[in-house]
Write a protein of this length. Structure first.
Length: 537
């Protein structure tokens, strides 16, 4: 951002320097001025110049360059005005009246009457050519057109067509556009004389406009128009009263500006303008007028072009419109005056925006890379955390298995001790368990049972014995996870078998779930939550 601020500072400095330099050049006293440029014989151009000093020039005093900077040969150089006479005695005076919603009623009537009175006061009917134009709303403009329909000395018959209308909701019309168009009527006119534009306005808009204040001032300077302004202050529209632009337009074009509130002030201001606007050069001193002809490249593009006329080191720019369809007003006229500066500024701005965009993309990419790196670190830390939790769980399970094994070993020891304490029971005469084979052994079979706090040894002395939680079983195990009738022990061909009776939690021998299995000494049985051991003692 610091680099962008620095770049913008350079641009502003460059623009300010260009404007100041141009203003300094404009303030230099000139010994001559361009009065008129004729393009009737295009590409032959005829330009009329007036000499302010009494020194009579010769053809070699003048140098002409086209808009590309190439020197152009002067074809003819003729004197048109006589010494001791005023070469330009007439004035072209154009009244531009505000006919908007803000001046309707008494204000516009006051403005109209003041202008009419000035026709019979400060104007010279023999030398002054006048006309009246309007900008504003159509219905108000039509009323003014009727009032001023019989003007005398018009220098353009269609000048009343300037109507920079606003909309019907009461918004201000585009005054700047109306002023710009009025200046262009001076430029297009074939009449010669001092060019005076007198604007009488009730308010100036700060909203959107086709032309800026500087556009208007630049155009007026090129055409040689003095902009006199009267700003009629209307109290009820105090918030719309913006006289600054009008004042600056007048100051920059060597004219005057007045703020007024009454009709008499308008009349007095008009008389003062018309008096001060008259050329101060005495007729007896006179001026010299010459016509210079030269040829330019035959480019019929309809655009405005320029040339540079130099007299003894003093330079003035002249302008003309080439034949063609394309006009030179609007944006084309603006670019013609400041095209090079505007292109440089636009280039610098585009470069600044491009650099800013590049920097933003680079910062965004770095930020994305930092986020991705942080996410990778978080994933690795999360994996390490899960791995550690997994190891802790495994260690906990191992420790729990060790404790269970120790508890089981203690139970087995306790069970063995209890078996040793069990008295010998003489089996039924019907079955001699010692005569059973039971995995090749000849001893008395015993089922050692442990279920929580319950512990008991059962002698297996029947051909069939049932095991379960119910009281009608031969081996009763008081454990909730043991089914009511869980399993059956049977003797078949001298061997003991255990069979599951569709129990809920199943019957396991040495960790394997079975439906039926032959037993041998030392086998471990699991019935629900009860642990059993089949032994031959």
């Amino acid at each position: 951002m610091e680099k962008i601020k620095y770049l913008l500072t350079i641009i502003i400095f460059f623009l300010a320097y260009s404007v100041i330099a141009q203003q300094k050049d404009e303030k230099k006293e000139q010994d001559f001025r361009i009065v008129k440029t004729d393009t009737a014989g295009y590409p032959l151009i005829k330009t009329s110049v007036e000499m302010v000093s009494k020194i009579q020039p010769i053809k070699g005093d003048f140098v002409i360059q086209d808009e590309t900077g190439n020197k152009v040969n002067i074809i003819t150089f003729e004197k048109k005005g006589e010494e001791g006479k005023t070469a330009t005695a007439s004035r072209l005076i154009y009244f531009l009246l505000d006919a908007s919603a803000y001046t309707s009623g008494t204000p516009i009537t006051t403005i109209k009457n003041s202008v009419k009175e000035s026709f019979s006061g400060g104007l010279n009917k023999e030398s002054d050519l006048i006309n009246v134009g309007y900008f504003g709303h159509d219905n108000l403009i039509k009323n003014l057109e009727r009032d001023f329909g019989s003007n005398y000395g018009n220098f353009e018959s269609d000048i009343n067509s300037i109507t920079a209308s606003g909309d019907t909701t009461g918004k201000l019309p585009d005054a700047n556009k109306a002023i710009y168009d009025a200046i262009d009527y001076f430029r297009k006119s074939d009449k010669t004389g001092q060019k005076i534009l007198i604007i009488i306005s009730g308010a100036m808009s700060k909203g959107r406009t086709a032309y800026s204040r500087d556009n208007v001032i630049d155009r007026a300077k090129k055409v040689g128009v003095n902009i006199y302004t009267i700003n009629y202050k209307i109290d009820k529209f105090e918030d719309k009263f913006f006289p600054d632009d009008l004042s600056i337009m007048s100051n920059k074009t060597d004219a005057e500006f007045k703020n007024v509130t009454e009709s008499t002030e308008i009349k007095n201001a008009l008389d003062e303008f018309l008096k001060s606007g008259r050329s101060s050069t005495p007729a007896e001193e006179g001026t010299l007028r010459y016509e210079i002809s030269f040829e330019v490249p035959n480019v019929k593009d309809g655009a405005e072009h320029s040339f540079k006329l130099t007299y003894k080191g003093q330079e003035l720019n002249g302008y003309f419109t080439a034949p063609g369809e394309k006009g030179n007003s609007g944006i084309f006229g603006i670019l013609n005056g400041y095209g090079f500066i505007i292109i440089i500024i636009i280039g610098l701005l585009l470069g600044g925006v491009a650099y800013w965009q590049y920097n933003e993309n680079r910062l965004r990419k770095l930020e994305e890379e930092e986020i991705a790196a942080q996410e990778q670190i978080d994933r690795e830390q999360d994996e390490k955390r899960r791995e550690k939790e997994h190891q802790n769980r495994l260690q906990s399970i191992q420790e729990q298995n060790i404790r269970l094994q120790e508890q089981l070993k203690m139970k087995e020891q306790e069970l063995a001790r209890k078996i040793d304490e069990v008295p010998t029971v003489i089996p039924s005469s019907k079955i001699d368990p010692k005569k059973t084979m039971i995995g090749g052994g000849g001893g008395a079979p015993v089922l050692q049972v442990v279920a929580g706090a319950f512990s008991k040894n059962y002698r297996l002395n029947k051909p069939t014995m049932t095991i379960g939680r119910a009281a009608n079983n031969d081996i009763i195990i008081p454990e909730q996870t043991v089914s009511s009738h869980h399993a059956t022990l049977t003797i078949e061909n001298g061997n003991f078998f255990i069979s599951d009776m569709n129990s809920t939690n199943g019957t396991f021998v040495n960790g394997t779930r079975i439906d039926k299995k032959m037993l041998k000494g030392g086998d471990l049985l699991k019935l629900g939550g009860a642990s059993c051991k089949f032994e031959i003692v």
